[in-house]
Ligand binder design. Structure first.
Ligand code: SF4
Length: 287
């Protein structure tokens, strides 16, 4: 399967969409050069898609003031958990695509001929979510697979020390999305809810407790920002670097966010209208 993915990249015009968690495993900006050497024509982050998702969340909440509960939906494992354990909460899932799908939609609109490949810290993105969006996502490569591919292709990060730049549209602050609470904080959702109405949590036990408290009428939360893995996607099972603590991973993401934001994005900066007229809404039955 991995070989098939490498062929897809090499034999087509292709775009790599990196989840910001890549920085837990690979050096920045070396990774951009390494991916281009592998065969990708464009290398970008998900962050622009995340910003569009944020705007869609804010818009949806504003348009549904009567709704008593909203649940974030970018984590396919949380969605599956709701389906199996708490199906009565499905109707509260936000009917909006994830940053992965949003970014793929944007690219397919402008570069329909390109194959879109998501580089993921997560197996669930490949196994559960991507198959629901075959029009937009052509393949998912986990960070573990990517390491194997670089090893097999003899692509070494120390050979890529130049000043590489993402093929991005805007300078982004949503690089903190993989840290638990990244969605709620970068969306500024606190402006739309009262004090203590937003719950940010991660890990199955905490999520279960949140649902049980709501069912028991012992909760005043109205927006749940939920991620399955400990600390958020930084705890994703396909991250290679397992030795780091959650706090160490957060520090790496935050340092990267600051460093890469200062790393100018040149001529691509500011093209926010690239996402104009794309509908990021989705039927909750499909999520
Ligand atoms: S929290 Fe874990 S399971 Fe959910 S999307 Fe992130 S890495 Fe995947």
């Amino acid at each position: 399967m991995t070989n098939e993915k490498v062929k897809l990249i090499k034999n087509n015009q292709s775009i790599a969409m990196l989840a910001p968690t890549f920085v837990l495993d690979f050096k920045y900006p070396n990774i951009i050069g390494m991916l281009r050497h592998l065969g990708f024509d464009k290398v970008t982050e998900l962050t622009y898609g995340a910003r569009m998702v944020n705007w869609a969340y804010v818009d949806y909440v504003k348009k549904h003031p009567e709704q008593k509960l909203f649940i974030s939906s970018p984590c396919p494992t949380v969605v599956s958990f709701i389906d199996t354990e708490y199906p009565e909460f499905r109707k509260f899932l936000m009917p909006i695509v994830s940053p992965m799908v949003a970014m793929a939609m944007i690219y397919k609109k402008h570069h329909a001929e390109y194959k879109v490949v998501f580089i993921s810290p997560c197996f669930a993105k490949e196994k559960i979510e991507a198959p629901k969006f075959p029009k937009f996502i052509d393949a998912v490569i986990t960070l573990q697979e990517l390491k194997q591919i670089f090893d097999a292709e003899n692509i070494k990060e120390d050979d890529f020390k130049k000043d590489y730049y993402f093929d991005s549209f805007v300078r982004e602050y949503t690089k903190i999305y993989p840290i638990s609470g990244g969605l709620a904080s970068t969306s500024h959702l606190s402006k739309l809810f009262g004090e203590g109405e937003i719950l940010v949590t991660d890990g199955v036990a905490n999520i279960k407790k949140a649902f049980d408290d709501i069912k028991a009428g012992q909760s005043k939360f109205r927006f749940l920002d939920l991620l399955n893995c400990d600390g958020g996607c930084i705890g994703g099972p396909a991250v290679n670097n397992k030795a780091l603590s959650v706090e160490e991973k957060k520090k790496i993401i935050l340092e990267y966010t600051t460093r890469s934001s200062e790393h100018t994005m040149g001529k691509h900066e500011g093209k926010v209208d690239y996402a104009k007229d794309i509908d990021f809404g989705i039927d909750t039955e499909i999520i």
